[in-house]
Design a protein around this ligand. Structure first.
Ligand code: ADP
Length: 179
């Protein structure tokens, strides 16, 4: 992203109202993620689902693929945008002029790490606060890693992801099996 491009984004974002960033790996986006996005889209003026390009995780899908899948899945939401981000989340949050960092909570076990992350982000970018949304009951057991594992072992994950994501998972794992 060039400096000029960032300036354009900043100018644009100021007109968007209250912006929330929903960061993650989204490898791939699940129904748990889209549920969080749909609810946040009703609370904030503008929601940016931010796909982390630099991740220590060994992802099944490239950053462009993760962005592309999320865009297709979330196309119906007019105030939701999908962007990739490089480097530190705090910098991206500041560049977007966001007021909130959105995270989903599935279980108490998510909390300790999320609480630490929220504290550090507040230190790095004091003008933004972390907002936690609890998962809805039906989606509490869905995680991208579990979905990938089940799909790679030939299980049916159609119930947990958008049909587009299901097709992508089947195609990716099929290719892997051939290789
Ligand atoms: P990360 O690598 O940052 O944990 P993920 O893509 O795994 O990224 O998750 C992004 C966010 O979505 C995290 O806040 C995570 O807790 C939340 N999340 C993941 N799955 C669910 C779900 N089923 N319900 C609610 N929130 C979820």
């Amino acid at each position: 992203m060039t400096l000029a491009h960032m300036q354009t984004l900043n100018t644009g974002d100021q007109a968007l109202g209250t912006v929330a960033i929903y960061p993650g790996t989204f490898d791939p986006i699940t129904k748990g993620h889209s549920d969080i996005v749909a609810r946040a889209a009703g609370i904030f003026d503008h929601v940016i689902l931010a796909v982390a390009a630099a991740t220590s995780k060994n992802t099944a899908f490239s950053t462009d693929e993760r962005v592309d899948l999320a865009r297709q899945v979330l196309a119906e939401h007019k105030n939701v945008e999908v962007r990739r981000f490089e480097g530190l989340l705090a910098h991206f949050v500041r560049d977007c002029g966001a007021k909130a960092v959105l995270r989903g909570l599935r279980a108490v076990s998510d909390f300790e790490y999320e609480f630490q992350l929220a504290g550090m982000n507040k230190k790095l970018v004091p003008e933004a606060d972390t907002v936690f949304l609890p998962t809805t009951e039906n989606y509490s057991y869905i995680s991208s890693s579990l979905i990938r594992e089940i799909a790679s072992l030939g299980g049916n994950v159609a119930e947990f992801v958008h049909p587009i994501v299901h097709a992508a998972l089947t195609e990716r794992l099929g290719k892997r099996q051939k290789g």
